[in-house]
Design a protein around this ligand. Structure first.
Ligand code: 4NP
Length: 144
């Protein structure tokens, strides 16, 4: 799960998808394309909205996406077109490129392809993002 800062959207996506998959079979992680927040906890608003759904993401720490992630993961879900561009910039092969998908492409009823960045938004923005990610992660969990 990849976003820009790895403190708002992708930590939620990581926690939500983990809650739907067997952790003895699937390894789910998240990262940001930027390095500003490396080592930081998720945004308190992300922690709160996931906690309201019995998902604890408070132990996560932000890290930056790196080329090694193409080797370590089978699927790379990005939150928006900008994340996609930044991740694809690091890809070396067609196989690397094929792993990268906008997370909302998972939804058949897609109204928008980008998960909006809620960083400068209100708590309501975080709730909307949670609902989008929850639906997308249901589709991912069913598919894989
Ligand atoms: P995220 O949100 O990409 O969903 O983690 C952001 C968090 C921080 C910043 C931008 C987006 N920032 O500019 O610091």
């Amino acid at each position: 799960m990849v976003c820009l800062g790895n403190i708002c959207r992708s930590p939620m996506a990581e926690g939500i998808l983990k809650s739907k998959l067997d952790d003895t079979i699937f390894f789910v992680d998240s990262a940001g394309t930027g390095s500003w927040h490396v080592g930081n906890k998720p945004d308190e608003r992300s922690i709160a909205v996931t906690k309201a759904h019995q998902i604890d993401i408070s132990n996560q720490r932000a890290r930056q996406f790196s080329y090694q992630d193409f080797k370590n993961f089978d699927h790379i879900f990005v939150m928006d077109q900008s994340n996609k561009k930044n991740v694809l910039r690091l890809a070396k092969t067609q196989e690397d490129q094929n792993k990268v998908h906008l997370i909302l492409e998972e939804l058949s009823t897609k109204s928008t392809m980008n998960v909006p960045d809620p960083y400068y938004d209100t708590e309501q923005g975080f709730k909307i993002v949670y609902e989008m990610l929850n639906k997308a992660c249901d589709c991912i969990a069913n598919r894989i």
